[in-house]
Design a protein around this ligand. Structure first.
Ligand code: PLP
Length: 758
């Protein structure tokens, strides 16, 4: 059973609303403008729905216009207010009217203000009303600005945090101002009494799909006498306020929802919602030690909780919840695809690291007690999985066995943590400031001792956090000779990590101090080399920086070749295209300069000249950071690797048997597995950050063996498949669409779900 804890993004349609919509598409399909009986029936449905809306919203003599959703309602209100304010402007007025909106408003509001000002040619200041750390508007600021405002937009309750605005306080500071007032009521409907007519609110948009009605439905409240400019003109529907034949199935459904709300059917009362929230808060507190709420729950809608577990990225929490069948989000659905921290939390002054781990849990006002109890049980199970796999401190610390090679990536820059499970020692290479909390938590949760924190070179594009990390770990012992600037301990030839060891090789070129670190096992076998930016997948590190030594670069490459050979995994300092790793053999195929140096056909001088040519005017990386090398790779990162589900099923019975690899995090794997007929149990489990450990093994498979990766959406598995292909195993695939689109008959097994018949 899926449980929607992302109700602020959207909700399932109530059964009575579905029925009403179906009827309006079948027997009652009439056009409400027609004068025959079919039309009259449709008109009655329309009037009933409007009547229910009027009563539920307490609109008094105000008007209700059916719209396609809140975004349309916002546009209509903004357009109406701007047209009015432009007409009211005295000729020659020097002070331009201000347009004010809450700093935590849904982006539809500032975007609409900007858009309609552009369309109408208005060069008026658009300013954000600051909010405090509690998410509430700064009323003193608003009071000072109100006299020159033409429009003030403040939401009733916030979609990301649930913070409830002080509408009476806002009304008080707007007293005497000529400003029109727009209140976005989307998230408040069904959860808070809005008493629209009792307040001097001019416009209030609402959205049907946030309240168990279908998408594409909405309402706009317009106070009696408030200026109005229709967004669309035509056949005069909606009393000419919004032309176009009405969306009757949607309106019928919305009417059914509003009637249910009015009659107390299906929807919970305030006390029940508060009880649900208390249960969820208790479960979260138990499951996620260190959890903090990003807005005080008591000042929020009872249906919304926004929390962070500092040091645990929100992606990690969301993925494990998703695997458990709990749908949550990091914030607004409209911004879910962007890695940026939430502007709402930033406006409230939530520290960036805390905002980066924010999760929004929001349930619908029509949720059942059974679903809430099941959600609590799953949240607790997720907490156990996170502890078991070292993402959270274990109750009995230290038992999660760390993999040898662990990779962390921030905007293409790579950091590695090398851990020896037997001795519980580890070392960190190229730490990044954004990772400090995560790395500390990682080693603490696994009870590891950090024996060294190293940099491969002095980085030009980002700061190393090595010193910060060493200090946080209290690594410098009194009286001990300090390490060199890259962190290598004084008077030491090799760093021991249990039975393994690390040696260093100076490879000046990209920078004067560039160093490669070579990891060997107890038998002296070379496991991999950390090469910084000296060799990148598809590129050589640039050597036109102030700290570069271009003339030394070619000799360094020959030295590296001698030291590691052609097939050792090279782990780069940057990986903008998620290639994971490379080998000299693979890079020789695609990098002519490297080929020229290693086969002796290119002199060191010619290498420097040719390299300088391709490094001239290097564009920044896709993350707008300094590019560390000029990419000359012939293998496009977008190479299609997707394997449709039916082709995967066909391959299951064929020889050689495919290798199936689940690349989701261990916590997700624990919370929900994929069962493939006849082969579910034989799938390997290798989370993407641990892929480096398994790549050499898959590269030794016969060329005809398909290696098929899968994950939740198909993104992580596509990365894995491309990486393996690029390293030389062409028969690497990713399950297209991931588990999310896997045919229902073999759907992922959620926690608590019955096992599916094989
Ligand atoms: N306002 C708020 C507060 C919202 O949460 C949303 C939806 O996310 C909108 C406006 C936009 O609503 P709609 O999807 O109906 O256009």
């Amino acid at each position: 059973m899926e449980i929607n804890l992302d109700a602020n993004a959207t909700t399932a349609v109530l059964p009575q609303a579905r029925q009403a919509a179906l009827a309006a598409m079948a027997a009652d399909f009439g056009n409400p403008s027609s004068t025959h009986i079919a039309g009259l029936k449709a008109r009655a449905i329309l009037d009933e729905a409007r009547g229910a809306a009027r009563r539920v919203l307490g609109v008094g003599s105000g008007r209700i216009v059916f719209t396609s959703g809140a975004t349309e309602g916002i546009q209509t209100a903004v357009l109406s207010a701007l047209v009015h304010a432009r007409a009211a402007l005295r000729p020659g007025a020097v002070v331009r009217p201000q347009l004010l909106y809450g700093a935590t408003e849904h982006k539809a509001v500032p975007q609409a203000l900007q858009h309609w000002c552009t369309v109408l040619g208005l060069d008026w200041p658009i300013r954000a009303i600051p909010v405090g750390s509690d998410g509430r508007h700064d009323l003193a600021w608003l009071k000072a600005q109100a006299p020159t405002a033409a429009l003030v937009c403040t939401m009733a309750a916030n979609n990301e945090t649930g913070v409830i605005s002080d509408l009476d306080g806002i009304a008080a500071v707007l007293q005497g101002s000529a400003a029109l007032w727009l209140v976005d009521g989307v998230q408040a409907l069904g959860k808070l009494p809005l008493r629209l007519a009792e307040r001097r609110i001019d416009y209030a948009p609402f959205s049907g799909h946030k309240l168990h009605a279908p998408k594409g439905t909405g309402l706009l409240y317009v106070r009696e006498g408030a200026p109005f400019t229709p967004l669309q003109a035509g056949g005069g529907q909606e009393s000419a306020l919004r032309a176009g034949t009405e969306n009757m199935p949607g309106i019928a459904a919305l009417g059914a929802v509003l009637r249910a709300l009015e009659q107390g059917e299906a929807f919970c009362d305030a006390a029940t919602l508060a009880d649900y929230r208390a249960r969820l808060m208790a479960a979260l507190g138990e499951a996620l030690p260190g959890l903090v709420f990003n807005a005080p729950p008591a000042a929020c809608l009872p249906t919304t909780l926004n929390f962070s577990v500092p040091g645990v990225p929100s992606r990690q929490l969301l993925d494990v919840f998703d695997a458990a069948g709990l749908r949550m989000s990091g914030g607004s659905a409209c911004s879910a695809g962007t890695p940026e921290p939430s502007p709402v939390l930033c406006a409230m002054g939530v520290p960036a690291a805390q905002a980066a781990s924010a999760v929004r849990l929001s349930f619908g006002a029509a949720e059942s007690a059974a679903a809430i109890d099941e959600a609590c049980a799953r949240i607790r199970a997720c907490g156990q999985a996170l502890r078991a796999h070292g993402a959270l401190p274990a109750l009995a610390p230290g038992r999660a066995a760390p993999p040898l090679l662990n990779r962390f990536v921030v905007e293409g820059a790579c950091c590695y943590l090398v851990a020896d499970a037997a001795s519980r020692q580890c070392l960190v290479i190229d730490p990044l400031p954004e990772l400090t909390d995560e790395l500390l938590r990682w080693v603490q949760c696994r009870d590891l001792k950090v024996v060294a924190v190293l940099d491969t070179h002095s980085h030009g594009d980002h700061a190393s956090s090595a010193r910060l990390l060493r200090e946080a770990l209290d690594m410098q012992q009194p009286g001990e000779a300090p390490a060199d600037p890259l962190g290598w301990p004084a008077d030491v030839q090799r760093i021991h990590l249990g039975a393994m060891n690390l040696t260093r090789l100076a490879v000046p070129g990209h920078t004067l101090d560039a160093t490669a670190y070579l990891l060997r096992d107890a038998e002296g076998g070379l496991r991999c080399a950390f090469v910084g930016d000296t060799v990148l997948p598809g590129a050589l590190g640039r050597s036109d920086l102030a700290q570069s030594d271009a003339m030394a670069y070619a000799a360094s490459l020959r030295m590296l070749d001698q030291a590691v050979g052609r097939h050792t995994l090279l782990l780069p300092g940057h990986d903008d295209d998620d290639q994971q790793a490379c080998t000299l053999a693979g890079e020789l195929r695609v990098q002519p300069l490297l080929r020229g140096v290693l086969d002796g056909t290119l002199s060191d001088e010619a290498f420097v000249t040719r390299k300088a040519q391709i490094e001239r005017d290097l564009a920044p990386t896709p993350y707008q950071t300094l590019a560390c090398g000029a990419r000359v790779d012939g293998c496009p990162p977008s190479e299609p690797v997707g394997l449709p589900a039916d082709r995967l099923l066909a391959l299951m019975g064929a020889a050689p048997a495919p290798v199936l690899v689940d690349v989701r995090e261990a916590t997700e794997q624990q919370m929900g597995g994929l069962r493939l007929p006849g082969a579910g149990a034989s799938a390997e489990q290798v989370p993407l950050p641990e892929l480096l450990n398994a790549l050499p093994r898959w590269l030794r498979l016969p060329a005809g063996t398909p290696v098929i990766f899968y994950c939740r959406s198909g993104n992580r598995s596509a990365q894995a498949a491309r990486a393996l292909r690029r390293l030389g195993h062409a028969n690497a695939w990713s399950l297209a669409g991931g588990l999310a689109l896997w045919p229902r008959a073999v759907a992922p097994v959620g926690v608590g779900a019955e096992p599916l018949p094989a």
